[in-house]
Design a binder for this molecule. Structure first.
Ligand code: SAM
Length: 372
């Protein structure tokens, strides 16, 4: 195993198991961190495995046959995920997104969706339940997922040109199958569908305008994402980033755009509408315009570690208190809520605001493990 792989696996080990709380502090539906940011979104990674080897996310030379993916017994069970989700909702979570790895690779995922879909937000509204997928098997699964109660999907698609797409996913996967998955999701009512394109200069930036052109007028919303320095394996350099301003400029030259306001406070994508009224695009400027001050997201890893930032180096082990062991009895629901509230109240992360080329080289958790 190479030093880089060992380093990645080590960083996954860095986590703290919270103590049993001395006093129980009931959740009130709103908990704020040290910067006054409430907890509103929960991203749950349901597997660390993926059938793609996107060069910027799970490069083949690291995620090869020697890489140690998590064992099945390490993963949170669906019951454990549902129980933790209820605790997060008690603190004000309204949006839950299932991700990975590739979430559709988790066996019987629709059963988890059926467990989460009936949950209500603290003020009695439906939970906004979404899924992020590479859509490789979405055509087969879309209806089953919608029937189980999934509301929306976001599909990752980094280009329309088949050769470019095959090169980026690095497993020779054809673009047409992803497009079929998007159609199936739309037919199953999983819209409005968002289509995320990570833009890397010199690799797929020539696909920006064709992507915009293809989905203009379809009702789907393409969102262009700046290539980020997540994890430690993707060899990120600032020169690889195409700033969102440039993306908007390039599209606008052919299809004029004007900015529109956010759907809700703290929306990460900046919205632009086509002047001819044929739809909108989004840009996510995680590198050039950090949005840490509005970040309300918690991330739960596949084996139950709570991360407070996509760029975190350490997580909080919630599986240990959830399962208990011979010396530490499992926590009850009120204790679990107390633990989660305490962790969020202590949150100070604002990585993107303080990013430099040096911080980009520090060990961080991989995107495929923590979920995008
Ligand atoms: N497999 C699913 C998928 O493909 O959507 C979910 C997991 S994937 C890690 C989630 C998203 O993270 C994808 O849209 C992917 O393109 C994005 N992503 C991964 N590495 C990234 C990076 N370095 N910068 C920006 N986005 C990244």
């Amino acid at each position: 195993m190479t030093d880089r792989v060992i380093h990645i696996l080590d960083s996954r080990v860095a986590s703290h198991a919270p103590e049993r709380p001395r006093t129980v502090v009931p959740a009130t539906g709103r908990v704020e961190d040290t910067r006054g940011r409430p907890l509103r979104d929960l991203r749950i990674s349901v597997t660390d495995r993926c059938n793609f080897r996107c060069t910027y996310c799970m490069p083949k030379e690291i995620f090869d046959q020697d890489y140690h993916f998590l064992r099945h017994s390490d993963l949170l069970t669906f019951e454990e995920i549902a129980r933790l989700t209820r605790s997060f909702i008690a603190h004000g979570v309204e949006k839950v997104r299932l991700t990975g790895g590739e979430p559709l690779l988790r066996k019987d995922l629709h059963k988890l969706i059926a467990m989460l879909a009936p949950l209500k937000t603290r003020d009695g509204r439906e939970l906004d339940l979404a899924l992020t997928t590479n859509a490789s098997i979405l055509a087969r699964k879309a209806k089953q997922l919608a029937d189980a109660g999934l509301k929306r999907v976001t599909v990752s698609l980094d280009g329309l040109d088949d050769a470019v797409f095959r090169r980026m996913n690095d497993v020779d996967f054809p673009v047409q199958d992803v497009l079929d998955g998007i159609d199936a999701a739309a037919a199953a009512g999983l819209g409005p569908i968002k289509i995320n394109m990570v833009v890397k200069r010199g690799v797929n930036d020539q696909e920006i305008v064709p992507m915009a052109r293809h989905f203009k007028g379809s009702g789907h919303i393409v969102r262009f994402i700046e290539f980020m320095d997540v994890g430690s394996s993707n060899g990120w350099r600032m020169d690889d980033v195409v700033p969102s301003a440039e993306v908007v400029h390039r599209i606008s030259e052919e299809m004029p755009l004007r900015p529109i306001g956010p759907n809700y406070p703290g929306e990460v994508a900046e919205r632009w509408t086509y002047e001819d009224g044929s739809g909108e695009i989004g840009v996510i400027s995680s590198v050039t315009q950090a949005f840490c001050s509005a970040c309300t997201r918690a991330r739960l890893s596949t084996e139950g570690r709570l991360y407070l930032c996509l760029f975190a180096q350490n997580g909080h082990d919630l599986r240990a208190p959830l399962r208990g062991d011979a010396t530490h009895p499992a926590l009850d629901d009120a204790e679990l809520e107390t633990v989660i509230g305490d962790i969020w109240r202590g949150r100070a992360d604002r990585y993107s605001e303080i990013r430099t080329e040096a911080t980009a080289r520090a060990p961080k958790i991989e995107m495929s493990y923590i979920g995008g």
